[in-house]
Design a protein around this ligand. Structure first.
Ligand SMILES: Nc1ncnc2c1ncn2[C@@H]1O[C@H](COP(=O)(O)OP(=O)(O)OP(=O)(O)O)[C@@H](O)[C@H]1O
Length: 241
């Protein structure tokens, strides 16, 4: 993080458990306003647990998590989106029996006026024109990639300050994955901070500015995404690429 950057998210000494052993231990992470940050690491490294902790979705947490000056641990899970955190969880959770547009509108429950919702819908349709074409289609009948667009679009309906994306490319065709990541770059370029969890390391590092590597519940390394991509020893040791 550049020295003069404004802190958006500050996590210190975070530990997380689901009742058994700590699945995350001593996690300290900083994110600046307007950053595009990636979290990478093997299966079960604790990446999802980290973002679930931010959203108040894990049973046991120790340590400090501050978002835009607010203590996240002091808040109930349902209050966290009000701070401007949109969390798109792993697994494309769309409402299958609702149309595309109804799914998107469900993400706007915290937005003020009707006009504001219409304006935000237009913004989401600009990002994902395919959703505009299919606005009346039941979400359960969409392709996997289109369902992921709905899930991301629903997060964007909050007009978030921070968009958290948990493994958005899981199970999608490579072409769809690339298209999706281009949209994440667009979302970031338009002013939203993005925290991306991604198994596809090369892709994550090619769109993020900085990255943290999680390994067995701890942070193994952190740095500029470009530096990680260019450093052979890091690539071999941590990234498997
Ligand atoms: N609901 C839960 N109850 C108990 N243990 C859990 C739960 N969710 C995750 N864990 C455990 O926490 C550890 C970290 O899992 P987590 O899903 O956070 O990792 P991850 O890096 O996101 O991996 P993946 O890419 O497989 O999702 C794992 O050992 C997992 O078994």
């Amino acid at each position: 993080m550049a020295p003069q950057a404004i802190s958006l998210l500050s996590v210190t000494g975070l530990r997380v458990s689901y009742g058994g052993p700590w699945v995350l231990d001593d996690i300290s992470l900083e994110m600046a306003e307007s950053e595009f940050l990636a979290i990478i690491g093997a299966n079960t490294a604790g990446k999802s647990s980290f973002v679930r902790a931010l959203s108040g979705l894990v049973p046991k947490v120790e340590g400090r998590m501050v978002f835009a000056g607010a203590d996240l641990r002091a808040l109930e899970a349902h209050s966290i989106p009000q701070l401007g955190i949109a969390h798109v969880p792993e697994g494309r959770h769309v409402f299958p029996k609702l149309t595309v547009e109804e799914n998107l509108r469900a993400g706007a429950y915290l937005r003020g006026s009707k006009a504001e919702i219409i304006e935000t819908l237009a913004h989401v349709y600009d990002l994902f024109p395919r959703l505009k074409e299919r606005f009346r289609q039941l979400a359960g009948t969409l392709s996997g990639g289109e369902q992921q667009m709905v899930a991301v679009g629903r997060g964007m309906m909050l007009r978030p300050r921070l968009l958290i994306l948990d493994e958005p490319s899981l199970g999608l065709a490579p072409k769809v994955v690339e298209e999706m990541h281009q949209r994440f770059i667009d979302i970031h370029a338009a002013g939203t901070s993005v925290l991306l969890i991604e198994q596809n390391v090369s892709l994550a590092l090619s769109c993020a500015q900085r990255a943290y590597v999680f390994q067995s519940g701890r942070i193994a390394m952190e740095g500029r995404a470009q530096d990680m991509l260019n450093d052979d020893s890091i690539r071999r040791a941590y990234l498997g690429i």
